[in-house]
Every structure is written in C-alpha cells, then in structure tokens.
Design a protein around this ligand. Structure first.
Ligand code: TIU
Length: 221
C-alpha cells in the first residue's frame, strides 16, 4: 500500500519498497567555509541550511530501511574524465584539479571532495562518483536503482538548480518518479532555489513533485 505525501502539484503516492533517497553532492568543497565554493565568493551558509533537515530525513530513511544513495561530483586524479571545456569554464585562476583550500579541487580522494561529516555515508549506502552535473551521466546509478527495483526517488542536496535539477530531469526521462524535498535542497542563489523547485512542479508536475521534509519524514514513520 502506498503512503500518501501531500505535495505540490498533487499528492505523491510513495511506495517505500520501490523508493530511494538520493543525496546529491553534499561535499565539503561546496558546503564548508574555506572550500572551493566559498573560494569563488559564494555564501556557503545558504547551502548549509539544508544540512539539519537532511540529517533528520536521512535518519528517518535509515530507520525505515530505505535505500540511500550518495553522490559526489568530481574527477580522477589524472583528470582523464574531466572535459577540457569544464576545466576551462569560468576563466578562473584556480580550477578543477588545482591545489585548493581542501586539497585538489573536486578530485576523488581529496578532503574537499568528500561528503560533509554530518551526512557521512554508512555501510550499505552506495556512493556514486559522477563527473558531470547529473547523477546518471557516466555512472552506474541507473543499474543500482534498477537492480533494487527502485521506481521512485526522494531527491535532495546541492545545488537545487544545478546538480539536483539535472539529476531530476535525467531520472524523469528514465521513468523514475521524483520528489524533491524542498528544505533538503539548497542553492547559493535563493531565487534559483525557488525557481529550481517551481520548474519541477509547473505544468502539472512536468518533472515531478515537491514537498517539505516534515511530510516525507512523517510518511517514513
Ligand atoms: N553539485 C553541484 O551543483 N555542482 C555545482 O557546480 N553547482 C553549482 O551551483 N556551481
């Protein structure tokens, strides 16, 4: 029996056994003062607002036995999976692969690339390393989800309009039903956060659903 979550633009019928929590890129380099995001002049406190509600949601998902998947944006140390166009983007003096405040920027194995301690994965939770913005591009997340019979995703993380939106769009085209947990997503730009959610639910839920964490947590209990 599905559990009804009151959501926008209409009720989301969650089937717990076929639903996974996907946490996008809650990495130190994006979220911590002194990381890559902060180095670029972004206000990381805006992103950090998602940590506390996500801790609650993560605890509820773990307690319910739901599959939890974490993603990290980053690249191989030899940069062979880094498109030159991505390396050059922004015309910045310091860019992906260069030494940064928390190790080489967005490189697998470096401190800044890892997930913030508050939301650190535990045994049994797949961590998907992705070279792009979307979690489905050049990763095995689709296989992991299909092998577990997952058809619905609760999507959280940062940033709302970049990696979270891209992942929701990719998932939508692959047939997954996506619910974005609004207070568990965040952006460096408050208006982009709002619009990143608004675009998903426009036109009758063109890409999916949006609900606050308290309703999702209630449904998990
Ligand atoms: N994870 C993610 O969103 N990566 C980004 O680069 N986001 C920005 O908003 N820059």
């Amino acid at each position: 029996m599905p559990t009804t979550i009151t959501a926008q633009p209409y009720d989301f019928l969650m089937n717990k056994a076929q639903c996974a929590l996907v946490i996008i890129d809650m990495q130190r380099d994006f979220l911590e003062p002194g990381g890559f995001g902060a180095m670029l002049g972004n206000d990381v406190s805006l992103l950090r607002q998602a940590i506390a509600p996500l801790q609650q949601l993560l605890a509820a998902a773990r307690a319910s036995g739901m599959l939890v998947i974490h993603t990290r944006e980053g690249h191989r140390p030899d940069l062979t999976d880094l498109p030159p166009s991505k390396k050059a983007r922004g015309n910045l003096p310091t860019t992906i692969g260069d030494p940064g405040p928390m190790g080489r920027i967005l490189i697998q194995g470096e401190p800044g690339h890892d997930i913030v301690p508050e939301l650190y994965p535990i045994a049994g939770e797949p961590v998907v390393d992705k070279p792009g913005k979307g979690a489905f591009f050049a990763t095995d997340i689709d296989a992991i989800l299909r092998n577990r019979g997952i058809k619905q995703l609760l999507v959280c993380g940062v940033t709302t309009e970049v990696c979270v939106n891209t992942t929701v769009r990719e998932a939508n085209d692959r047939g997954y039903e996506c619910l974005m947990v609004e207070d568990c997503c965040a952006s460096y730009f408050p208006e982009f956060h709002r619009m990143g959610l608004a675009m998903v639910i426009a036109q009758g839920g063109i890409f999916g659903w949006v609900a606050p964490s308290e309703r999702v947590i209630a449904a998990l209990k």
